[in-house]
Structure formats: C-alpha cells, structure tokens
Design a protein around this ligand. Structure first.
Ligand SMILES: Cc1ncc(COP(=O)(O)O)c(C=O)c1O
Length: 363
C-alpha cells in the first residue's frame, strides 16, 4: 500500500508498487503548494552552498527573529524544528501527559504515534460525517471533564484530512479546564485571513497553549524540513531541552528566512487556491463524489454511493495511471469509502478528474 510508512507523498513506495519512475507521477496524495518552491530557494542554494562547511546557528536566531516579526511576538516564544513533525513529537515528549492525549478523530496519524511512543494513552473524540466532520464542543468538553480526561489535547486546525478549523471559543473553553492544548496549524498559511484564525498570539499569553506551524507545505519544501512552535517561554524552553542539537540545518534556516519575504508568492497561492478548490469541488461533485468543505489545499471525498469501488482499489487503479491519491481509510474513523486529494494546478486537476472518471466507471 502507498501509505506503507504512514503518509502520502511516498514516491519511492509508489515506484515500487506501480513500476513507474518517481518523476512520472502526479502526486495528489501529499498536500504541497503546486507552484513549487519560490525561486529565491534556487538563489539560496547557488549563493550559500560554500557555507555548508559551517555548523548551523544552534539557536536559529535569524529565522526566529523573522518569524517573530511576522507574527508580532518575541523570538523567545518560538522554537524552530525539523518540520512540524518534530515539534509534534517534541511537544508530547516534553510535556509527557500522565493523563493521556486527547484527539478528535479522524486526524493526522502522528498525534497518536507520538502519544504511544512516549507511553501515553489516547482519548478519542469522534467527528461524524453527518456533522461534516466538525468537532462537537459538547463532546469535547464532556471528555475534558470526565474521569479519564486527557492532560493534553492535540487538535489540527485546519484538521487533516477534513480541512476544517477548530472553533476558537472551544479552544478557549478547553484551556479553561486546565488541560494543555496543542493546535497544529500546519496548513493555515493557505487561508487568506489566517491572521484572524491563528492562535499564535494567544499562545504567547497562555501557559497551557502551544501552536505548531509547518513551512514545508505552503512553500513546497518538504525535502528541507522546517516548522516552528509558538508557546509560553517555559514550554518553549522545555521543548528545546529535549531537542537534538542542530536539528534545523543551515539550509533550512537560510531557506526559511528567504521564503518569508516572498509576499507575492503567498498572495498568488491564496488567490489561486480559493478559485481552484471551487473548480475541483464542482468537478468531483459532477462525478457523483461527496466533497466535504475545506478551507485549505486538500479535499476529503466520499466515493459515489452507486460505485462499489473501495478507496484501496481505486488508489491501485489510479496509481497504475500515474495518479497518486490518498486512501483515507487509514485514518481512524473513516472507511474504504473515503479518499483525500490535494488541490493542484488546473491541468493536473483535469488529469485527476479524467483518471477518476475512468476508474469509477471501470467497476
Ligand atoms: C496535519 C499535519 N501536521 C504536521 C505535518 C508534518 O509537517 P512537516 O512536513 O512540517 O513535518 C503534516 C504532514 O503531512 C500534517 O498533515
């Protein structure tokens, strides 16, 4: 299966499975900005490569200071990491909740993996198709006050694979219960009014709130690995104490600083996404798929009722055509009727629709 190592975007596994070289795939299984890395990344590589003979700044000062400026906060509230994935792991490792980790499922698999890795249990609050996978405040607050209430909540906003944000008031209510709340905003840069949604400023004022951001998706640099966490100075220091030295490479630091200046790239991405997501949603709907509302760059899809095909089989048929999709049945709480696709540029989206149409008819 394509998700052999737990995630989409695994082109080596895809090549093994489908006998096609990595370059030939159109990859809808991982959610990257389809414009590719901003051109300034090439400039960084060309001009800075000689400096690779030096160690990275162990405190990531330049990048933290730029991020601080961007969000209007102090650098001491920021920890950079080797992708958001490292920060998810570090958050659980540093905070070690003896009461377990609260999750709203379906959600990103690394949350539960991190909890289990550090000996914690997981408390799951289900989200349902009938509610368009919106998190019910009632259900969360009930779990947050129960006998086995979690010490930490780990919530995606927007959540993967559903593309839905967590209600701000609900987060504030959860914080008031005394629980620690980690909000994973890995995909929030894609949203035009993200300043109104992010909890970053709140995280600098609350001792029990941490926000995690990724720079790999929006700037299409997953190979570089870069993310950051924002929290109280105490939480940040606790996490830093558990981090491997130099875990953010020089390359990641230079590229991170450079892409933050790419405002035109950012605006273009946000404008493109709003339009293209609507187009793709319509086209998928015309094939009989049910598409759930998403504010970001991927769509959770339920296969047409009249089609007997299951996600795993569809992934196989699509993969043979060089088109990779995510079999969403690997997310707890979803079954073989669900797939997830990234929104890409029009020509590639048309290829997705064409391949899907052929595969759905094949059965
Ligand atoms: C919700 C979510 N958070 C975090 C990550 C990890 O991102 P990064 O590439 O920055 O480690 C992913 C990757 O797919 C994700 O889907």
């Amino acid at each position: 299966m394509l998700e052999r190592y737990g995630h989409g975007g695994d082109l080596v596994t895809a090549s093994d499975l489908f006998g096609i070289t990595a370059d030939e795939f159109v990859d809808f299984s991982s959610n990257m900005n389809p414009f590719g890395p901003p051109e300034v990344v090439l400039h960084v590589l060309e001009t800075k490569w000689r400096e690779l003979d030096r160690y990275p700044d162990p405190a990531v000062r330049g990048l933290r200071s730029k991020l601080a400026q961007r969000h209007g906060i102090k650098p001491d509230h920021i920890l950079c990491g080797n992708g958001a994935a490292e920060l998810i792991d570090l958050a659980i490792r540093a905070l070690r909740p003896n009461q377990g980790v609260g999750l709203a499922v379906p959600c990103f698999g690394e949350y539960a993996d991190a909890a289990h890795k550090y000996g914690g249990s997981v408390v799951k609050v289900p989200m349902f198709e009938e509610d368009s996978f919106r998190l019910s405040a009632e259900r969360v607050l009930e779990a947050a006050s129960g006998y086995d209430r979690p010490g930490i909540w780990m919530l995606g906003s927007p959540n993967n694979p559903t593309g839905v944000t967590v209600d701000r008031d609900l987060v504030l209510q959860l914080l008031d219960t005394g629980a620690f709340v980690v909000i994973d905003e890995a995909f929030l840069d894609f949203v035009p009014n993200e300043e109104a949604i992010t909890l970053i400023q709140e995280a600098t004022r609350r001792p029990n709130l941490l926000v995690i951001r990724s720079m790999t998706k929006f700037y299409a640099i997953p190979g570089v690995r870069l993310g950051y966490a924002v929290g109280s100075e105490e939480t940040i220091a606790q996490m830093r104490g558990q981090q491997t030295p130099w875990s953010v490479s020089s390359l990641a630091q230079w590229i991170g600083e450079a892409v933050l200046d790419e405002e035109a790239y950012a605006h273009r991405t946000q404008r493109w996404l709003a339009e293209e997501r609507a187009w793709l949603t319509n086209a998928l709907g015309a094939l009989g798929c049910k598409v759930f509302d998403s504010i970001t760059n991927y769509l959770l899809i339920k296969l047409p009722d009249e089609s007997a095909i299951e996600a795993a089989q569809l992934q196989q048929l699509m993969g043979q055509r060089g088109v990779l999709i995510r079999d969403a049945s690997h997310f707890e709480g979803l079954n073989g009727r669900f797939i997830r696709v990234a929104v890409k540029l029009r020509e590639l989206n048309e290829r997705l629709i064409q391949a899907l149409s052929e595969c759905l008819q094949q059965r």
